[in-house]
Design a binder for this molecule. Structure first.
Ligand SMILES: *Cc1c(COP(=O)(O)O)cnc(C)c1O
Length: 391
């Protein structure tokens, strides 16, 4: 198959159960499946979660929600992102739950007469979307006077839950509770209150409230601030390719574009058909968060400059780490496989990758009991829903 992404659905279910255990029976779990379920495939992951008893699914865009409904998924779906007035129709049509975060949008929905379930979003410090405290009085009047807006929940999003310094997260939580209290004092009934993402649900049990929103840890990725859950999580994702070419090159030979690498001794090299076109080795450039962080980033750049083994990219073949050499190409990457003299064409290589960067075009191989049971070549369907949306 040349290249594919392997997704272990048992691992996702096991992580989901770990999260359920962590939050207890009183707290609902929303599984975040935005961005193609962080690269794991939105439909298969959502089906697995629905089977495991997830209470809600969370996506950013209306189109993602429609995709799930078209796949026959019945679980409540919360759409996090703001939307254009002319798309309010889709929430009613596909039974999606909207996030309301400004008064203008409410006015638009009321004018258009759609009946939709909503969660209210409160601005507590993230600085993206949400009602401000001074808008709450008007908000209450609007939703109380309009039965077609059914308030089922209220939430906010934490900006720094991954930091070891929790002071800003606490401040956001306090502001959120203040807003909730205000609305409840005005006699607005709000069934589901929620603020925790992955890092927060692990670190701040006192913030669990009625529901938590789990993304990162659902897929087995550790979140900063090691706590109880971690270690128990299982990785659900791996990027794989097959060796398509093996070569022997002499000492001093240059490798690839810009002659970015020279062999220090005679080497066996190999090609794997994955490159930056597929999202491999594509990394965001970090903006240092402080002086210490700046020094770390600079040190890394320096180590890259001298081609230090610590900053090389490694891939796995037969449980052995082998380095990527030279610049990663658009659709091919060169490896130094000298340490595996009997390597043959077609052998499997496991590549590291930022899963949300890896192209959704790659086939996805879903595993159950460690064995492939379904292969999906995505992008072949559902595109028309995107086209149906205005805006
Ligand atoms: C992405 C997202 C989450 C999940 O965040 P993780 O840190 O991956 O758990 C939760 N809530 C909202 C609103 C999000 O956009």
């Amino acid at each position: 198959m040349y290249k594919w992404v392997e997704i272990d659905l048992d691992a996702i279910e096991s992580n989901f159960i770990k999260i359920k255990e962590k939050v207890g029976p009183e707290t609902k779990v929303l599984g975040v499946v935005k961005a193609d379920a962080y690269g794991h495939g939105i439909i298969e992951v959502s089906r697995a979660l629905a089977r495991s008893g997830v209470d809600y699914l969370g996506v950013t865009e209306i189109a993602e929600g429609i995709k799930l409904r078209e796949a026959g998924i019945k679980t409540p779906i919360l759409v996090f992102g703001p939307f254009l007035p002319e798309d309010a129709f889709y929430f009613q049509e596909f039974v999606l739950t909207a996030t309301l975060s400004d008064l203008t949008t409410i006015r638009n929905i009321v004018t258009q007469g759609f009946s939709i379930a909503v969660h209210l979003k409160i601005e507590t410090g993230f600085g993206r979307t949400g009602f401000k405290y001074n808008e709450l009085a008007e908000l209450v009047q609007m939703v109380k006077n309009n039965d077609n807006i059914m308030v089922q929940g209220i939430y906010s999003h934490l900006a720094t839950s991954m930091y070891s310094d929790s002071s800003f997260a606490y401040r956001q939580f306090e502001k959120f509770i203040e807003a909730v209290k205000f609305l409840e004092k005005e006699d607005l009934k709000i069934p589901i209150k929620h603020i925790c993402n992955s890092a927060a649900l692990v670190k701040f049990p006192q913030m669990h409230l009625d529901m938590v929103r789990a993304g990162t840890i659902l897929y087995g990725q550790e979140v900063a601030g090691n706590q109880s859950l971690q270690g128990g999580l299982k990785n659900a994702w791996s990027l794989k390719g097959q060796i398509t070419y093996i070569n022997d090159l002499p000492k001093g030979h240059s490798i690839g574009y810009e002659r970015a690498h020279f062999l220090k001794s005679a080497a066996k090299t190999a090609v794997v058909p994955i490159g930056f076109h597929h999202g491999f080795s594509v990394e965001p450039i970090p903006r240092p968060k402080g002086l210490l962080d700046l020094i770390k980033v600079l040190a890394k750049v320096l180590l890259r400059f001298i081609d230090h083994p610590r900053v090389k990219t490694y891939v796995r073949i037969r449980d052995k780490e082998v380095p990527v050499i030279g610049k990663v190409g658009m659709q091919m990457t060169i490896l130094d496989v000298t340490s595996i003299p009997d390597l043959v064409i077609g052998e499997t290589v496991e590549m590291p990758g930022r899963r949300t960067n890896i192209s959704p075009e790659l086939p996805k191989v879903y595993l159950r009991d460690g064995k492939p049971f379904k292969i999906i070549k995505d992008s072949e369907k559902n595109e028309e829903f995107l086209n149906n949306l205005s805006g």
